[in-house]
Design a protein around this ligand. Sequence first.
Ligand code: FES
Length: 160
Amino acid sequence: MEAYSKKVMKYFLHPKNVGKISNPDGVGKVGNIRCGDVMYLYLKIEKNKIKDVKFETFGCIAAIATSSYITELVKGKSIEQALKITKDDIIKGLGGLPPIKIHCSILAIDALIEAVYDYLSKNNLPISENLVKEHERIKKTLEMVEDKHKELVEIEESVL
Ligand code: FES
């Protein structure tokens, strides 16, 4: 098994911006279809800038490291700048991820997209066609993950 980079381990062991924001301006909840892991991202936005950001991730080492890293990347950025961040930026910034863990980095990007979408829609602000499309994809994935979780709970209850 390929090891994680030093930077990934640093962010996993000492994650930044963990937790919730009270009265967030935008919340993103996403699920990973491959493993069922879930992440929440909370945003505080002022004058189109991300003033504060926190996350809660129920997932693996890579998911926690990428979540923590993205919070550092987006803090202080405008919404438009934040949405330009790609999974490759995250992977590169963390010194790489083992190939089987690449999907974990998508969780952080998708959570950011969802939190921004939530903020724009709550405030009746214009939303690009691309963001709407991304939101639909992420929402569908989350529904599938939640259905899977329900199924697992039912199976567990039936055998206990
Ligand atoms: Fe689920 Fe990494 S294995 S996010």
